[in-house]
Ligand binder design. Structure first.
Ligand code: FES
Length: 118
């Protein structure tokens, strides 16, 4: 497992890999017992979201990523990776969101910061 806990940070972090391992436009799946995570690179910005669609459990890793929009492969709901919100469905009455997680980059390594207790 690629997780790290330090005394300075009681939360756990997942190592996603080096920056060059996740080039712009790509996704990287990070299995974890807390939640399976998907790290995406949008034009050099990294975001981390749940790999599980809140609608019916579609695997977001199999959905297309276009700009900030990650589409679920099962029923094509589009989620904004910046905040996990549905995009372009404001009139639908749906409020499901993908979980999102902070991402940090240190010394060329990409980390996903999980909440305390995760
Ligand atoms: S499972 Fe993702 S939109 Fe239905």
């Amino acid at each position: 497992m690629n997780s790290i806990t330090t005394e300075k940070s009681p939360h756990r972090r997942l190592r996603a890999g080096r920056i060059e391992d996740i080039p712009p436009g790509s996704k990287k799946f990070l299995p974890d017992y807390y939640e399976n995570i998907l790290v995406v690179n949008v034009d050099g910005e990294f975001f981390a979201v749940s790999n599980t669609c809140p609608h019916a459990g579609g695997w977001m890793a199999y959905g297309p990523l276009e700009g900030y929009i990650l589409e679920c492969p099962m029923h094509f709901w589009p989620f904004d990776v910046r905040n996990g919100c549905l995009s372009g469905m404001e009139d639908s009455g749906l409020f499901e969101r993908l979980n999102t997680y902070p991402v940090t980059v240190e010394a060329g390594e990409v980390f996903v910061e999980l909440p305390a207790g995760a």
